[in-house]
Design a protein around this ligand. Structure first.
Ligand SMILES: Cc1ncc(COP(=O)(O)O)c(C=O)c1O
Length: 391
């Protein structure tokens, strides 16, 4: 008999007890980040901002604007807010409600379609689901005689499809077509820091150059408490500040989030090449295990998907068993894969994996799949013939 699935709280507690963690960055002890923020502000004499006005936030906005080659920047409490604001402004300027994006974009899948509910915007989902947006997708839309969008949102890298990126030539072609047709190009750069490594030696500013506006995140690769930034022309950012207030995002004090991002920023950016190199090495190791598919292989950034020839429930039970027996937390969310009976998980390579080499973690993934197969057999979940072939 397989054990009952763990609750989210039980999983979190099990994860905390593990000494080997694979995805992401280590979680900090209760209050540790708040203590670091306090100490850092005291050491540097940073006062609290008042409704987003203050030296710390100002210096940090200018630093990121310079790095990304944009005229101005505004700190935002969330990426969700930043991108809705960007799209709303571009739409108002064009006098259109039409926006376009990939079918797997965060706005479409994870924000309850706020663009429609809060801003009355209408979306066209462009191109094939399994690859990033390209100029031919926009050309196809325009060829139908449909109303051109005011703005096209492009996520670099596209998280839901394994962190895939278009080639640089494809980005240039997309930007040329969009601009030729008066369409603003907005970058969902939630993982821009990670994407730049793929385009190295291009600088962050060079990667941002084809885009009219850019959003970046500070809590993913940078590991801050929360927070985002929107960047673009001066007048666009001035309008975005008004929209931040309208959205209730101009909190009376933003500085804990700003400080958390600013104090980590340089150190985390410097680690991006190591994260990507480790991701490539780890993916190569996983690819040697029969019944496991790394997607894409090789990964383009330090984020990729792994597909397993075993159903999600069996794999989750196996993950929890390894966490108890070996003290190793191998994967966070395990969901259904694209093939019936398979499952899939996202691996984000951060500080955790830098401290464990393949000789430790790859055999644990082989064990994970073997255990999942035995759990699946025990519960008669192993229905797909392809899976039987790999057991
Ligand atoms: C690609 C992408 N865009 C936007 C967001 C939204 O960011 P936030 O959680 O700061 O609202 C996320 C968050 O995970 C994301 O992954």
């Amino acid at each position: 008999m397989n054990p009952a699935p763990l609750t989210a709280a039980e999983q979190a507690s099990l994860r905390r007890r593990c000494t080997v963690q694979v995805p992401g960055h280590p979680s900090s002890a209760p209050g540790a980040e708040l203590v670091r923020i306090g100490q850092w502000c005291q050491e540097h004499g940073w006062h609290a901002d008042v409704y987003g006005e203050g030296k710390l936030i100002d210096v940090f906005e200018r630093k990121i604007a310079t790095l990304l080659g944009k005229a101005a920047a505004v700190f935002m409490p969330s990426g969700t807010m930043a991108q809705l604001i960007a799209l709303r402004i571009w739409c108002e300027r064009k006098g259109s409600k039409r926006i376009a994006m990939h079918a797997t974009s965060h706005l479409e899948l994870h924000e309850e379609r706020a663009y429609a509910h809060l801003h009355g915007l209408q979306v066209t989902l462009l191109g094939a689901r399994e690859r990033p947006t390209e100029a031919r997708d926009l050309a196809e839309m325009l060829a139908t005689g449909a109303e051109p969008p005011a703005a096209l949102l492009v996520e670099l890298p596209a998280r839901e499809i394994g962190g895939r990126l278009p080639s640089w030539e494809k980005i240039e072609a997309l930007s040329a077509l969009a601009h030729d047709r008066g369409i603003r190009l907005h970058m969902d750069g939630a993982r821009l820091w990670e994407a730049r490594e793929h385009f190295a030696p291009k600088s962050l500013a060079e990667v941002c150059a084809p885009f009219d506006s850019v959003y970046v995140s500070f809590y993913k690769g940078i590991g801050a408490l929360a927070g985002a930034m929107l960047l673009g022309p001066e007048d666009f950012i001035a309008e975005a500040r008004i929209w931040r207030r309208r959205h209730g995002g101009t909190l009376v004090q933003l500085h804990p989030f700003v400080a958390s991002a600013a104090m980590r920023f340089d150190t985390q950016i410097a680690k991006m090449p190591a994260y990507r190199a480790r991701a490539l090495d780890f993916a190569a190791g996983l690819s040697t295990i029969a019944g496991m598919v790394v997607d894409p292989q090789p990964p383009q950034v330090n984020l990729f998907h792994v597909h397993f020839a075993a159903p999600p429930a069996a794999l989750t039970t196996a993950r929890d068993q390894i966490a108890s027996e070996d003290g190793a937390w191998l994967a966070q969310r395990i969901g259904p894969g694209n093939t019936p009976g398979w499952s899939s998980t996202e691996i984000y390579v951060g500080d955790n994996l830098l401290t464990h080499d393949n000789s430790i973690v790859v055999p644990l993934f082989a064990k994970l799949l073997a255990l999942a197969h035995s759990h699946a057999r025990a519960t008669s979940l192993l229905a797909h013939p392809q899976m039987r072939a790999t057991t």
